[in-house]
Design a protein around this ligand. Structure first.
Ligand SMILES: N[C@@H](CCC(=O)N[C@@H](CS)C(=O)NCC(=O)O)C(=O)O
Length: 199
């Protein structure tokens, strides 16, 4: 059976958990106690030398990084629905995986780390500026669209969703972004959707 190593407050772990649920796959959740430093213990470092959750184990497959895991699950279990195969549509989806790991991480994800988890070495003014920029861009992008790409949800939506939906944890008010709020509600209506605290 698939095993997902993660932590309940980790938006990156939630990202994978959400997609496993949307795909209707059976999996075992393995809690890695980040607060006790279990992610830096030798047993976990053997799974992911980066010392980070999430990690997915599927038989012989051992994969770290939420975006990489979404790609694996989409291709292995999701047909062509969640991740197209042709060059341009594939690139259009990957663009949003990069945005999740780049602009969204530098903005709302870091603001949440600062405000909720008191991580001190974060430039919070810069995180808020970055957050305002990417949330504004996403809101504009979603002005005339239901989903980030195409007429259906893809892993682009799943990758970007968690830390946007969790923005309030970083003292970011989403009321100024009505198209984003409508998109968040659409994601929440997907069959199999599960929440985490703060979403
Ligand atoms: N690029 C990784 C980043 C994963 C990540 O930052 N995980 C956090 C929890 S959300 C973590 O394990 N932090 C502990 C650490 O970096 O020491 C991904 O997208 O999965």
């Amino acid at each position: 059976m698939i095993q997902l190593y993660g932590h309940e407050v980790s938006g990156n772990s939630y990202k994978v958990r959400l997609f496993l649920e949307l795909l209707g796959l059976d999996y075992e959740w393995v809690q890695v106690d980040l607060m006790q430093g279990a992610h830096k213990a030798p047993e976990f470092l053997a799974l992911n030398p980066f010392g980070q959750v999430p990690v997915l184990v599927d038989g012989e497959v051992n994969l770290a990084d939420a975006q990489a895991i979404l790609v694996y699950l989409a291709r292995q279990y999701g047909g062509d629905t969640w991740l197209p195969t042709e060059a341009l549509p594939l690139a259009q989806v990957v663009r949003w995986l990069s945005t999740a790991a780049g602009e969204v991480r530098q903005g709302p994800e870091n603001a949440r780390l600062y405000h909720l988890f008191k991580v001190a070495n974060i430039n919070i003014e810069r995180s808020h500026q970055k957050a305002e920029h990417i949330l504004t861009q996403l809101d504009k992008h979603l002005h005339s669209r239901l989903w980030l790409e195409f007429e259906r949800p893809t892993i682009a939506d799943i990758a970007v969703f968690p830390y946007v939906a969790l923005a309030r944890d970083g003292n970011i008010d989403l009321d100024a972004y009505p198209n984003l709020l409508a998109w968040i509600e659409r994601v929440k209506q997907l069959p199999g959707f599960i929440a985490m605290a703060g979403v």
